[in-house]
Ligand binder design. Structure first.
Ligand code: ATR
Length: 288
């Protein structure tokens, strides 16, 4: 029987989740259907309820609903609780379980796929919404010297930093970034969805810094801010990397081989100009 999944967000037309999961399903010989569902801003819970009634087994959640998804859950993983936001829902007769894979996926992409060592680094996270919340826990535990959360609305950055009080995390507004520079600048705002970039001084990019855009797509306004000669932009245009933790595979009914048992699996998807998948490469392919 075909299993039904969906990505739920608003907007959601840009999401590559349907083809990413279709490729995973093909690679693991699963029979799935994966929908894009745009929920009204005030109707997340209602939309999820309707999808469950229509035999939905699980969903990915994207902006702006990651915090609403957290509130929807009956049970939440430790990472989801720390973030107060989830991006993965699994439905069971007993209730909904939520997971936040944003932070572990990002960390793995940075350290394994891109070879970026976190130890001793100074990191800037732009944004304090659902996406930023998921990143902070795993980032804070990865050995960086300092993590600065900067947000347009400073109070939201401060509230988020307080969840990590006693650690190396601090908060500020964009203006306060003048005169400071960083090894890694992560854009976790949704500015790219409005064809905009956060109003930050371009001097935040230290020479050789990595500019990391969470929204995939060609050349977003944030990446255009960075001085290209000196920095290493991660563009999610042609090759999209994704990481599925073991828990997600299991919850989505995908087989977990002994080779993936301990570690998430990561894959590169080569995308054609019209958004079709040209190739899938498992970055740490299980040896079968
Ligand atoms: P997400 O799940 O993607 O984090 P969200 O919870 O709606 O979505 O949060 C959006 C984040 O992007 C917020 O940090 C928001 O800043 P505010 O808290 O000040 O609203 C930030 N953001 C959105 N558009 C932006 C823009 N044009 N410039 C800078 N920050 C922006």
């Amino acid at each position: 029987m075909t299993d039904r999944y969906a990505v739920i967000g608003n907007p959601v037309a840009h999401s590559k989740s349907p083809w990413i999961h279709a490729e995973f399903a093909r690679a693991t010989r699963q029979d799935i259907e994966y929908l894009r569902i745009e929920a009204p801003h005030d109707g997340f819970a209602r939309t999820v309820g309707e999808f469950r009634s229509a035999n939905g087994r699980g969903a990915n959640v994207t902006l702006p609903f990651k915090e609403a998804a957290y509130r929807y859950c009956d049970e939440v993983s430790a990472e989801g609780r720390l973030a107060g936001a989830v991006n993965t829902l699994a439905f069971a007769p007993t209730g909904t379980r939520g997971e936040n894979t944003d932070g572990s996926g990002l960390l793995r992409d940075l350290t394994v796929n891109l070879g970026f060592s976190m130890r001793g680094r100074v990191i800037l996270v732009l944004g304090a919404g659902g996406a930023a919340r998921g990143l902070l826990g795993p980032l804070a535990g990865a050995g960086a010297t300092r993590i600065v959360i900067a947000n347009r609305t400073v109070a939201k950055a401060q509230a988020l930093a307080q969840r990590f009080s006693g650690s190396s995390v601090e908060a500020c507004g964009f203006d306060a970034l003048a005169g400071r520079d960083f090894d890694l600048v992560i854009n976790a705002t949704s500015a790219a969805m409005h064809h905009d970039a956060p109003r930050i001084p371009t001097s935040v990019f230290r020479k050789g810094a990595l500019a990391y855009e969470l929204v995939y797509g060609h050349d977003t306004p944030f990446l255009a801010l960075a001085p290209f000669d000196d920095i290493d932009p991660v563009m999610r245009g042609e090759v999209v990397r994704t990481t599925l933790p073991r828990a997600t595979l299991a919850e989505f009914g995908l087989p977990v081989s002994p080779m993936h048992a301990a570690e998430p699996i990561a894959a590169d998807f080569l995308v054609s100009a019209d958004g079709g998948v040209l190739a899938v490469r498992f970055v740490d392919a299980p040896r079968r």
